[in-house]
Design a protein around this ligand. Sequence first.
Ligand code: NAD
Length: 372
Amino acid sequence: MKPARKIDIFLADSLENLVGSDSYFFVGVTVMSRVLVTGAGGYIGTTLVPALLGNGHSVRAIDRFFFGQFLPADHPKLQIVQDDCRKLEIKHFDNVDVVIDLVAISNDPSGELFQKATWEINYLSRVHTAELAKKAGCQRYILPSSCSIYGFQPHDVIVNETSPTNPLTTYAKANEAAEKGVLPLADDRFCVVVLRQATVYGYSPRMRFDLAINGMTYGAWKTGRLPLLRDGTQWRPMVHVKDIADAMNFMIEVPSGKVNGEIFNLGSDKNNYQIGELGRIVANCVPRDAEIEWYGDPDHRSYRVAFDKVEALGFRALRTAEDGVREICEALDAQITDKSLRTMTLDWYKAMTEWHQITKSVEMYGGMIDLK
Ligand SMILES: NC(=O)c1ccc[n+]([C@@H]2O[C@H](COP(=O)([O-])OP(=O)(O)OC[C@H]3O[C@@H](n4cnc5c(N)ncnc54)[C@H](O)[C@@H]3O)[C@@H](O)[C@H]2O)c1
């Protein structure tokens, strides 16, 4: 498959040369890549992996599967590897063209509770993964970072990829360290792309109700009370999980010269919201009367983000908050998903840590109540 990919990329580049730099043109060319996805069992991964398979790519999905296994069973082009990303070796990168390094302790409160693991997983393991990928001859490495590294910005400022960052939490600082660790690896043969993703929303098989729009939707749908973090004036960009999957597919295929060594904010201007306004949009979209219920101390994070750079490449995040709210309500109505401990990232990590202590202290003869 490796030579085939080279031919396809050559074709994509040649077509682009023929017609000039129309950024839409190369998108029609399918590049069949072998993609290694870390953190593939997570919220983004369980939407992304089926999308990659649907586009003809083959996927090696690596994860601890802390939240369970929601990937397709027995797909001929999917290889599932249960492992810890801190322990990856060069053999994991055999026959891989592209790495999408999703793995992370994935939100601010979990990052504060598990600071050591957050540095190890979100920073050290991702730099190590990029180094191994380069050594193994992979052609492309994509780091899904976060717009949260902009932290707090004055309300009249719209940040772009060259603006000073202001990471306020362990999670955001580890993302920035990972960006700084992987970007210098870019060269003529190894393409490195950083995507600073907005906060994600929408239905995914490994569901997260700890994300803003998803949590608001659940509260409004279930109780008619929509939880909103004070004071509502804070800016936050959002992006639909299927737009993330589309963007990753796009970034696999776009010619290296357009993205190598570059950072792109990933989202859309129409999805830049002040949280109070967003709450009203969600409340209007759920199929019952819902009122806002304020919680917490005033949010110290606020950032409004420009997405011109990724749009100039030809990528558009098309979905809206309303799309996400409607599909989550439909999934809840159909009982395909529900809020549980497992869908709340911090609560689940805390619970697993507590159970680990308990099971370690009472397990005997290979079992708990039943023995092996
Ligand atoms: N969801 C968002 O709003 C958002 C926004 C910006 C950036 N991101 C980034 O996108 C990536 C994916 O986010 P997500 O929402 O899918 O998070 P998630 O928590 O749902 O997924 C992370 C996955 O990583 C796995 N994992 C954690 N530690 C591991 C380890 N040591 N070894 C192997 N697997 C491990 C977990 O089992 C989980 O399946 C993360 O890097 C996150 O920081 C997410």
